[in-house]
Design a protein around this ligand. Sequence first.
Ligand code: FPP
Ligand code: MG
Ligand code: MG
Length: 446
Amino acid sequence: VTPKWMLNNPVSLVSTEMNTLAKNIMGLIGSGHPTLNHVTSYYFEAEGKKVRPMLVLLLSRAVSAIPIEKRNNIKIDFTDFETVPVGRDPLQKFLASKPVENFSPLQIIHGIQSMNPLTKEAAPIPEKQFDNERGILPKQRRLAEIVEMIHTASLLHDDVIDHADTRRGRPSGNVAFTNKMAVLAGDFLLGRATVSISRLKNPEVVELMSSSIANLVEGEFMQLHNVATDSGNNDLLTETTPIGKLDLRTHDYKVPVLRPPLTTTRDGMMATLTHEQQQEIINNAFRYYLHKSYLKTASLISKSCRATAILSGAQPEVIESCYNFGKNLGLCFQLVDDMLDFTVSAKELGKPSGADLKLGISTAPVLYAWKEDPSLGPLIQRHFSQQGDIQQVLKSVELHDGVGRTKKLAENYRDMALKCLRDVLPESDSRSALEFLTNSILTRRK
Ligand code: FPP
Ligand code: MG
Ligand code: MG
């Protein structure tokens, strides 16, 4: 059944694929352990936004509107990447009636994708050869599944880290199954996602998606060590670790790696600094925050957009623009997420609200308030751990319109995302749907 919100919605262009997404994922994550299956499938059973797979599918269609002469020759290989889901053997059963040669690659894929993982019954075999009339290649469809698996794995871990009690309107995985099981289930999903990534047999895509997993962890780590005191070490590119000096430079993203921002000086007397010095510290904190947001949210989105374009055989400038589309959209998405944490109730969100301040995390609305109100520095520094801190920061955010200014910034990223789409993609229903989706990020309430 098509979810209600999808009706009369341009995004319903990909509802066929979206409707089978969860079932296809189930086919990739089956294990021999019933309890593990229960935990890994838990978040897929609830109604999530599924923004990431939707982007991959719509972008696949939008790129397919570029004339084929303007794309690299794409080899549609069916047999290579669609092998038997690990841990079961449905292909055998599916093919039992006829010799393999009698099936076309598409029929085999269709058989596997439509297989019910429990009963191992497959849908009737389609007569038609694959004609790509929907503009979505099998590998892109699989990429949509992979990106949702990675995202879900990260949510299982995130809810442990954040001590969440709800997700998608239900008890979160850590509460429903214990921390240990939630962590292991996330690891398992990542493992299976990696198997599927490698089966796409495209080295560039393998590198993109694998590095996005590493980026998620880096982003989460930056958030953990949100704030540092002034150690007097101003070298931004190296960090002393127990195993020696670590070079933080990496080709993986273009912004320089930043040390956790300073919130106060060594003596805690922000007021002794000049206005310019204070603003420099706060601007650095903002850069750190945006970089963290890229890593924890935008990276997975932008890299899957890039991978989508690569799989379509798109030209380099199209690939680059698709990547930048995802990056701007991802940053917009996280800014809105951080804004909703201030404005929407837990009931509406289906997950805890006001969570960031309680976790001691400063996001854009707080950073904007801090720009006007330097007295927030010490509170940010101590992660709002003292009585009255949260109330004071809430008041300051309100007074200095932290939420409104965050919204403005999110709108800037939205506009840049829209420009990336219009720059390289021909007008099409799918491009319009992507524009619709991009715009709706700012009006969402959950
Ligand atoms: C949600 O953020 C969490 C993320 C966007 C990424 C979390 C990443 C990890 C926990 C690293 C481990 C990664 C993998 C791939 C296993 P949030 O807490 O701000 O949002 P919320 O309100 O939805 O909880
Ligand atoms: Mg969280
Ligand atoms: Mg978190």
